[in-house]
Each structure stands twice: as C-alpha cells, then as structure tokens.
Design a binder for this molecule. Structure first.
Ligand code: FMN
Length: 189
C-alpha cells in the first residue's frame, strides 16, 4: 500500500465522536475540507447537498433537540441518559449536519442519484480531513427523523438531514475493523 490514494482510502476509519477532541481544523483547513465536497460526482450539477456547521454557540440548542427526542421516545429515560443525549451535541471541535437537497423532484435526476452524490461529497470531506491528520466519524440516530431537527435547521420540504459529521483530533482509537473481502461485493457477469 505505497500509493498515496491507497493509504488515504484504506487508512481512514470511523472514529467515534466521543474520541474526537481539540484541536480541530484551522479555518483554512476547514475551507479546503469543505471544498473537497465540491469535487463529488454530481449528475446534472444540482449540488444536491448542504453542510451546516454547528458552531459552539449553537451546540446547546442541538443538545435540547437530542434531549427532547429521547424524552418523547422513552418516557422512562433516566436523568443520566437524558444528560448523555444532551452532551452528544457537544462532542468534537467541528460538527456538520449533512443535508440532502433534492431540489425540484420533478427534474430528471432521481433522488437516489442525489443521495449518492451526497455520499460522495461526505467521503471527500472525511478523506480530506484524514489527509490533514484529523479523525472523523459519521453518526445518525432517530433524532434526524424528528420535526425538531427540521425546525432547528429550518429545513424545507425538499431537504432531508442524513447524518452528522464530526471532525477532530483522535484522542483514542480502536483497532482497525476488518473490511469486507472482494468476493463479498464483486462478481463477474
Ligand atoms: C450515513 C451514515 C451514518 C452513520 N451513522 C453511524 C452511527 O450513528 N453510529 C456509528 O457508530 N457509526 C455510524 N456510521 C459509521 C459506520 O458505522 C462506519 O463507517 C462503519 O462501521 C465502517 O467503518 P469505517 O468507516 O471505519 O470503515 C455511519 C455511516 C454512514 C455512512
């Protein structure tokens, strides 16, 4: 694995947001990490994605949403569990929410294609962050399906929140996971 691209692609692993700390990317690094998204394949050039950065002063509002969602889902949630839900919003120095923007659904490009484009943009972002020496983690969760998230980020009907992207310095890492073998996803016709 001498090739730079191979090292980059195979070296990146998911890092749990709780294991991502300071420092986060500088302003110029952040800009180039975000610009990596713009190189994603994008059929019809719809730019069917949007990344909202959740700055420090907004983390508490996101925490309120996580708290509220857990409470609605599980009325027996303990005070500790509710506090943990809140604290999730505070993890990591750089936090984005990745939004799929389907635009006008009557156009020629399907929703699936737009979602794939978002996936490629996310991969470009996390590989770029890794190239700068930062770890990253993607996280989803039931809160993303809630009206509270939609309201918080003022999403329109043609937008869907897909996942969070946390970027920061790796504080602790787990051993590499075993990746699927070629035979699991390749065949010849
Ligand atoms: C859209 C999306 C959402 C994800 N959400 C979570 C999550 O909520 N929690 C989690 O532990 N990992 C989440 N992951 C990360 C995967 O678990 C991780 O990529 C997978 O285990 C493969 O590991 P690797 O990224 O190190 O190759 C998510 C990945 C994607 C693509």
């Amino acid at each position: 694995m001498d090739h730079f691209a191979e090292k980059l692609i195979h070296g990146r692993t998911h890092i749990s947001p709780k294991r991502l700390g300071d420092p986060g990317p500088s302003e110029s690094q952040k800009e180039s990490i975000l610009l990596a998204a713009s190189a994603a394949p994008d059929h019809g050039r719809k730019v069917p994605w949007h990344f909202i950065e959740i700055q420090e002063s907004s983390r508490a509002s996101l925490g309120d949403v996580f708290y509220q969602c857990l409470l609605e889902r599980d009325q027996s949630a303990t005070t500790i569990q509710l506090q943990e839900a809140r604290d999730k919003a505070l993890r990591g120095p750089l936090l984005f929410i990745a939004i799929a923007n389907y635009h006008d659904t009557s156009d020629q490009i399907s929703k699936q294609e737009k979602l794939i484009s978002l996936g490629c943009a996310i991969q470009n972002i996390i590989l770029s962050a890794y190239a700068y020496g930062y770890g990253s983690g993607l996280s989803s969760g039931r809160a993303l399906e809630s009206i509270y998230i939609r309201n918080l980020f003022q999403l329109s009907d043609h937008e869907d929140p897909i996942c969070f992207i946390t970027i920061g310095t790796v504080l602790k890492n787990k051993p590499d996971r075993i990746r699927p073998g070629l035979s699991e996803y390749h065949s010849i016709f």
